[in-house]
Write a protein that binds this ligand. Structure first.
Ligand SMILES: Cc1cc2nc3c(=O)[nH]c(=O)nc-3n(C[C@H](O)[C@H](O)[C@H](O)COP(=O)(O)OP(=O)(O)OC[C@H]3O[C@@H](n4cnc5c(N)ncnc54)[C@H](O)[C@@H]3O)c2cc1C
Length: 370
């Protein structure tokens, strides 16, 4: 049986970042993915905050530029504004520096970086379970690993092997790419168009990512119905149609799990609930926590530091902000039951309040009342 210091399950942003930093620490790393092609099919809005915005949202993350200053080729369309549109169609323009990317290329870029650092990638390889503490069973055979990382998304199979509970709230979401010219403003529509969630148009070069996430109590079929309805409306308005298959996925919206280290198993990214609950974005957090995981594993195997350092370090870096986002969503949830209430909430919060919420800041800060 082939042996590795680390086996990472999942080669999305979380898994590839973990693999890269563990390999950089001099460890032997295998990272596997059940997909035949990394990053495909795309199940994402493909929106990323720019490095300065990440610095603002997560001020405790060290050297974000090392992770997020990506090559220009990965930037499809830079954007400076997110337009939040209330159920009464009132527009709130929030300043937010970001860009759309091609997730298919973005995920490959991260996997390539891990490969260049020395990690070995195996695609079309599904994690099937564990045997004892150190044996990883996959569709391509068994591997021995000192440390096993579950970066295998919201329904993590690795997480099941340690008996951890899944995120308590998962939003179904669907997206596609449509051809056309959609300018350079990201649009988020709230209300009946996407019950208890939002629909988006994220401009890309020569098109836009169009999709929505909605009430988790809706069936898959119903979410598909809302998504197709929204896409049809956009198609009519811009005289276009989806260029790519409509693909769906699930977004953990209940904040990070209470525990992400189980003996020699670590959970990273969506598998750990590492998503901003106020906007559903998780790519950048998966990368931040992946880097922390890779380094912590290095410190553990090379210098006998505790693996629990991973948990403490990611909580220091992003825990407070993710918790603020979770709380803000919880407070706002009452308004999602009614278009009228939601429109009032938007008016009350105003552009500055909405800007805070989307950037994981509290709108109840003492500064606002003094
Ligand atoms: C429709 C939609 C739109 C979104 N839009 C955005 C957005 O615009 N911006 C943003 O920041 N976030 C967005 N997100 C969230 C974002 O996609 C995730 O937070 C992010 O991909 C998390 O990265 P990850 O590496 O943890 O997991 P993933 O990217 O999900 O990667 C997990 C990998 O594990 C693999 N895998 C799963 N099970 C196994 C197994 N048993 N064996 C082997 N491999 C396995 C999968 O094939 C996958 O490649 C969106 C999500 C959805 C569903």
């Amino acid at each position: 049986m082939k042996e590795y210091d680390v086996v990472v399950v999942g080669a999305g942003p979380g898994g590839s970042s973990t693999a890269e930093y563990a390999a950089r620490a001099g460890l032997s790393v295998l990272f596997i993915d059940s997909r035949k092609e990394i990053g495909w099919p795309v199940q994402c809005g493909e929106f990323m905050p720019k490095t300065d915005e990440i610095r603002h949202i997560f001020p405790d993350v060290e050297t974000p530029e090392e992770l997020f200053d990506v090559p220009d080729a990965l930037v499809s369309r830079p954007t400076k504004i997110i337009r939040m549109i209330s159920p009464s169609m009132r527009e709130y323009d929030v300043g937010f520096s970001g860009y759309s990317t091609e997730r298919r290329a973005f995920d490959k870029y991260l996997a390539d970086k891990a490969g260049k650092a020395g990690a070995e990638l195996m695609t079309d390889t599904k994690f099937m379970g564990r045997e004892g503490r150190n044996t990883v069973i996959t569709t391509k055979g068994k591997f021995r690993a000192d440390i096993i990382v579950g970066a295998d998304g919201p329904f993590s199979s690795v997480r099941k092997t340690v008996g951890a509970n899944p995120p308590s709230l998962l939003y179904p979401a669907m997206s596609t790419t449509m051809d056309g010219e959609f300018g350079d403003v990201v649009e988020m529509y709230f209300g009946n168009v996407a019950p208890a969630g939002y629909a988006w148009i994220i401009p890309k070069e020569g098109g836009a990512n169009v999709g929505l996430g909605a009430d988790p109590n809706l069936t898959d079929k119903k979410v598909g119905f809302y998504a197709r309805d929204f896409m049809a409306q956009i198609g009519k308005k811009f005289n276009t149609k989806p260029r790519q298959i409509v693909a769906g996925g699930w977004v953990p919206m209940s904040g990070p799990l209470g525990k992400t280290v189980y003996d020699n198993v670590l959970l990273v990214g969506d598998a750990a609930g590492h998503v901003m609950a106020t906007n559903g974005g998780g790519i950048c957090i998966a990368m931040i926590c992946g880097r922390i995981a890779g380094r912590a594993i290095g410190e553990h195997l090379n210098n006998h530091r505790s693996l629990d350092d991973y948990e403490a370090q990611w909580r220091n870096a992003v825990g407070k902000d993710l918790e603020t986002a979770r709380r803000m969503m919880k407070y706002a949830s009452f308004a999602f039951s009614s278009n009228w209430l939601l429109s009032i909430l938007f008016r009350t919060a105003g552009t500055s309040g909405l800007s805070k919420v989307i950037k994981c800041k509290s709108i109840f800060s003492l500064k606002d009342w003094t």
